[in-house]
Each structure stands twice: as structure tokens, then as C-alpha cells.
Design a protein around this ligand. Sequence first.
Ligand SMILES: Cc1cc2nc3c(=O)[nH]c(=O)nc-3n(C[C@H](O)[C@H](O)[C@H](O)COP(=O)(O)O)c2cc1C
Length: 506
Amino acid sequence: MTWREYHEATKHSVESLRRAPHGLDWANMPDPFRHYEGVPVLDLPSDPPVPQTPALGLLQGGSGFSTAADGATFLSQLLFNSAAVSASKRVGSTANRYALRVNPSSGNLHPTEFHFRTRGLMDWPDGQYHYRPSAHMAEQRAVGEVSFASDAPIVFLLTSIAWREAWKYRDRAYRYCLHDAGHAWQALALAARAMGCETQAFGHFPDDAVARGWRLPDDEWPMLLVELRGRAIPVREPDAGDAVWYDGQANPLSAEPIVYPLLESVQHATKLGDGRGIPAAEPAGSGSGEMQLPAPAASARAFGEVVRGRRSALDFVGGARSMSLPQLSAILAAASQPLAADFAGERFVQLYLYVHRVDGLEPGVYRYWPAEEKVGRGDTPADVSPSGFGGLRDQIKRGDQRVAAAGLSLGQDLAGNACVAFSMIADIERAARAHGDRGYRYVHFEAGAIGQRLYLAAEALGLGATGIGAFYDDQVHRYLNLAPEQGQVVYHFAIGYPVPDPRLDA
Ligand SMILES: Cc1cc2nc3c(=O)[nH]c(=O)nc-3n(C[C@H](O)[C@H](O)[C@H](O)COP(=O)(O)O)c2cc1C
């Protein structure tokens, strides 16, 4: 199995959906919450201080600060703004509710688990933990000096449980696991930034050794390591002494988990035996838009409020108000900031826009070229020359794109009712030339990270957004006249004015 075989086999087409209709087995739905039973649990203080730094400034390269004086408060603040439960929804007209989290997830199935190791945090025992979002607690899987390949005081490991996604999305689920991990990584990286910390993500590591070292159960696959550093982290001298492992028993998620051989195969194909030394990728092709974007719109909405208030729109108010060009400029600037990851030195994903209702921009399809000189950290948008905001290549297609955007997104109206919809086009071939099949993971992590930035920029500007994993792959390529060397669609997105969701409880 190669990435290409997996990708081809999981493309949606009208025929593929007709051929294989899929009913959901509700009785066998996987539990969206993993617990490690039989281990000590440490409370994370409830309602930690909310980072007041403006979200949009952070998305454009700014930084915030934290005054947390101890490890528990620091970790609580970090997780409360990246992975915690943040709202609930009613099931139909019943009194039942289900949880929604800060990080979005395809189908709200949440394949991503957050594990972390700490060393030398103030008033917090060194060890390895698993985050329990259902109770905002840390499950202590080991205490003492777990092997620390890093000198960072906090290291996260994000894992994926593919069965959770496969229950609904079957063979296509691997793509969504990767997107979700990309979203979760960026949620974590931005929450850390809001607290004045830097993160560095690593996708290039030996999978089996990491899974063994972190004592993962077989159904959790390691996806991303994320190191946190910064003076805001309250530290002390590390504990001396070897680790004592409690391990814990991972809860079963379903009565009958089903193994999907294609998912096992693509996971196997994208594994590394030796993660040392990530090769450099060829640089992305450069270009510039014929239409320069204006200075980005501003927003003072606080980071904490934005991340915890973010929701996926079920649909958008079609035919209503437009968004402004400076709002679009701000959203695109947020999406194209550098990503701190070993695989993201060269970017693989380019944004194509289906513009429906943006003031001053004719409806049509545009290709976005980020600015050569990025908005520097500490610069305000006003410090940057107009050419610094990137441009749109005018114009791949002219005219109303609403029917096309919805049709290409598996007929989902929200892609047509939005103000703007996106196809993320990834140069998977270039990623694979540098990283082999592993590159398949990296393009999807990047797409998920861009998606997370799109969500938060939209929310900061008073708009709404929705990630769209379902699209007719080859139809998108044909519609955009993409030659094979120009890449393949890996993710869709929509931004506009959300219709109210009566099932939502904040
Ligand atoms: C990778 C990914 C793919 C998604 N695909 C779709 C989609 O095709 N259609 C849709 O309506 N929502 C889609 N969503 C939105 C999820 O359904 C939503 O994130 C989830 O229900 C949780 O709600 P929340 O984002 O408000 O927390 C997607 C989200 C992600 C992260």
C-alpha cells in the first residue's frame, strides 16, 4: 500500500457513494472519551484565567502572557483553551446532550487524544499524563523521570484512534484523523502562544518506538509530538528518581470495534522506523496575485473568548450580508503565517477561493498567493507595505460559484451559502518526494492547521466557519483545471454568517 493507492481508493465520486451506502450502527458508536482507569487523577483548576490577548493579533504572529504560578494552573489554562469541553448540544428535541470541544473534529467524533510529559513544573509531579477532557483532569500514567528525549519542560503527544472516525467514515477516516490532529496541534500551539510560550511540532519520529515509550494501547497511533518552551512556564528543579508506571487500563470504546484493513495499511505505509534527520523539501513554486489585498481588518476579541466560543456553522445565511475585503485579507493573513513544525519549513497547501459575497471582489474562483514578506512578529499590520498582504490571482473562473461550491462539497448547502468557500490544494507529490509516504500525513496536518486558523480568524471577526472533509475529489480537480502536478484537493472550508443553532448550549 502506498499513499497514492490509499488516496485513490478513498476518493468520493457520485458512483462511489451510490455503490456503498452506509448506515450508522448507533449501538456500536465509539465512546468519544478515553479514560485510563486505575491511575491517580490530578485536578486541573476549573475556570482558569482567560487569556485577554486579541485572538487576531496572535493569529498574525503576536504573543500573549500567562501569570500562572504553578503547574496545575498553567496546564489547566493551556488545555482549557485548546482541548477542553466548551459547549453542549441537545440531541433533537430530547433532554440528552452531547459535548463539543475547543478543537473541532469531523463528525464530532474526536479521534485525537492529548498525552503529555512534564519535567520540573512548579508544584506538579514530573511524569506522564493523559488529559481527560470529560472532567478537565490529568490522569497520571507515570510519575518521576520518564525518559525525556527533549529538554523542554512540557512535551505533548497527540495520538489518533482511527476506529472513532472509521465508525462513520470507514476507509476515508484516515484523512480525517490527520486533519483532526492538525487542528488539535494548532489549537495547542495557539493556546501556548496566548500564554507567551513557543511550540515546536515534530511529525518525523519512529512510530513504534514512540508508541512503546509512551505505553500507548494498540488502538492509539502517535501522530505529532509538540514541545513547549517559554519563560511563562512556572518551573523548579526536576524530580530525581526513576519513573514509576501506573499505566492504567484504557477503556474499551465500543462493544465491537471494527478493524478497517485499508486504515491499518496506510498507517503502516506512513510509519517511520528511524525518525532522525528530516529531509528538506523542494521549495514551493512562487507567484504573486494580480490583485493585491488591502490591510487586514482588526479585531480586539480576546483569545479565550474566541477559542471557547468557536463553533462550526451548520449552515450560513445565504444571500445576506457580504463580508469585507479587509476581513478576507485578515483571514488569509492568519492562514498563511509560518507553522512551527519540522515538516512545515516548506508549505504544501495552496488556497483556492470560491468567492460568493465579498465586497469589492467579483464572484469567481481565485488562487491565493501569500505575501513573500510575512507580517513580522511585533509588527502591526500598518507597518507592512500593501504588497505584504499577498494577492489573489485574478481569476480562474468568473461568475456565480454558489452551485458549484456546494455541488463539489458533496451537495452541502453551506459551501454555497457562505461568503467564501475554499479548496485546499496540496502538492502531495512534492511532499512524497521529500518524505516518502510519510509526506501524506504532513500535507493533511498542514491543511488541518490552516483550517484551525481559518476557524479562529473568522470567529474573531464575528463570522462563522466550517471545515468540510467531504468533497468529490476528481470533480474538484476538473473544475479547477488542475494539472496533476498542481496538486490534489485535501480539504474544503466555508466562512460566512452562521444560521443560529437552536440545539446549542454555551
Ligand atoms: C476535518 C473536519 C472535517 C469536517 N467536515 C465537515 C463536513 O463535511 N460537513 C459539515 O457540516 N461539518 C464538517 N466538519 C465540522 C464538524 O462536524 C464539527 O467540527 C463537529 O461537529 C464539532 O463541532 P464544533 O466544530 O462546533 O466543535 C468537519 C470538521 C473537521 C475538523
